[in-house]
Design a protein around this ligand. Structure first.
Ligand code: PLP
Length: 443
């Protein structure tokens, strides 16, 4: 409560802005994920690893636009590319050379030769699933319990479902996340646990026996919406083998991991090649973006126009200019080596604080992404996350951070995102804030 009052005292400008905003913008925010009680923090600008709010307070940004700004804010190369492009016209709904360059670079990085564009991660997963359905002629899809793939109906199933409601893993019903989602669509989406290839195969066999074999498995190779949960050794290889054997399209949703954990995303990092990859977030360097990559055989359904893969702003010239600059000038191999090093420092620092102060927990990270799990129990899937991750500490950590000038994505399922413009001093700032929290809860 003390920290909440402190934050309210620090943000009178946001309070006033919120009072004005609710009169014309529902809840005072453009998207429900930006809402916060009693009011959100309204920002004015960002530069490098920092953002500023309407009260003039500076924050070191580990939220980074829900994990998009791995380039850091207002990166000179991206500012230059967008500035040049906007003077040449910002939208034609006709292809530009930058979209060709970006496709060539993504094909090289992800080992998938064919690409198409969209404007968000949700659109990317929606089109990827539609393409997989067309390729296989099947309708059912498999996702992972607790994973988030965007806000369209196909995938708004089994996300943040209270554990009490879903019961033990084998009895988990397909639950829609929020209202307004047709039961008929939800019934086509079947969740299975992460890090359990035999359970996935059993479910695939049961569905096939029931006359509804799955079109695709859509999954993150490393889960990024339960904090960070890494794949156990052999898991992704097993999933690859099972999906291939059952004629199922394997989609790695790399909206969070792609371009953030290695040049070729989680696909490169873990060395398992899916049939399709979805990208968004970091791809656009701060502009709305999305992409679907796949094999030539899969994209044949798009090339032949059997699947309508369309959108007025797809491949928007500004987004493509930002993506080109981002891929070719900012997210270089050296940038990933730098992020890996910062990540190691942050993990070691967090673990040292937990150990020194005797708070149960451990830190998981991969390049620009990471989080502290406030438990000693291993978190390997949604069930263990819901059973063991401390429910209150992540929220308290968010407040401690905000009051100490460290901005985090809200919610216990979010992780931090480092940018190439973060420094060791920024890592220290995060560690100081964590130390204050851990000191207070253990004293
Ligand atoms: N897929 C994953 C793994 C995500 O984390 C998200 C968003 O957080 C999405 C898809 C949806 O992306 P967007 O919010 O751009 O629609």
């Amino acid at each position: 409560e003390r920290e909440e009052l402190r934050l309210q005292a620090r943000t009178p400008g946001s309070r006033a802005m919120h009072a004005r905003a609710v009169r014309s913008m529902t809840g005072g925010v453009p998207s429900s994920y930006q809402a916060r009680d009693p009011w959100p923090i309204y920002l004015t600008h960002g530069r490098g690893s920092r953002v500023w709010d309407v009260d003039g307070s500076e924050y070191c940004d580990f939220h980074n636009g829900f994990g998009s700004m791995v380039q850091g804010h207002a990166h000179p190369a991206i500012v230059r590319a967008v500035r040049e492009r906007i003077g040449l016209g910002s939208h034609f709904a006709m292809p530009t050379e930058d979209s060709v360059i970006v496709s060539e670079e993504l094909a090289r990085r992800f080992g998938l030769p064919q690409w198409r564009y969209l404007n968000s991660g949700s659109e990317a997963t929606m089109d990827a699933i539609r393409i997989a359905r067309a390729v296989t002629g099947r309708e059912t899809i498999i996702k992972i319990f607790g994973s988030y793939h965007g806000h369209h109906d196909y995938v708004m199933v089994s996300i943040g479902t209270p554990y009490d409601e879903i019961g033990p893993p084998d009895n988990m019903a397909s639950l829609a996340y929020g209202e307004g989602i047709p039961r008929a669509v939800v019934d086509l989406t079947v969740p299975v646990p992460f890090n359990d290839a035999p359970a996935m195969e059993r479910r695939i066999e049961a569905l096939a026996a029931d006359g509804r074999p799955p079109a695709c498995v859509i999954m993150e190779a490393a889960m990024m919406n339960l904090g960070v949960v890494l794949p156990e050794p052999g898991y992704l290889e097993a999933v690859r083998e099972i999906t291939r054997r059952h004629g199922i399209v394997l989609i790695f949703d790399e909206v969070k991991t792609g371009l953030c954990v290695a040049p070729g995303g989680a696909t490169e990092r873990f060395g398992v090649r899916p049939d399709m990859v979805t990208l968004a977030k970091a791809l656009g360097g701060g502009l709305p973006s999305g992409a679907v990559g796949a094999t030539v055989e899969i994209m044949e359904v798009v090339a032949s126009d059997r699947v309508k893969q369309v959108g007025t702003f797809n491949g928007n010239p500004l987004t493509m200019a930002a993506a080109r600059a981002s891929l070719l000038e900012v997210l270089t191999p050296q940038a990933y080596a730098y992020l890996d090093r910062l990540c190691e420092l942050l993990i070691a620092g967090c673990d040292e604080i937990l150990r020194r102060r005797g708070l149960p927990g451990y830190t998981v990270g991969i390049s620009s992404k990471g989080c502290v799990h406030f438990t000693d129990a291993p978190i390997r899937d949604y069930t263990s996350f819901m059973a063991h991750q401390n429910a209150a500490l992540p929220e308290l950590a968010w407040l401690y951070n905000a009051n100490r000038g460290v901005l985090m994505a809200p919610g216990r399922e979010e992780e931090w995102t480092l940018s190439v413009q973060h420094t060791e001093a920024d890592v220290d700032r995060y560690l100081d804030s964590l130390d204050a929290l851990v000191r207070d809860v253990t004293s």
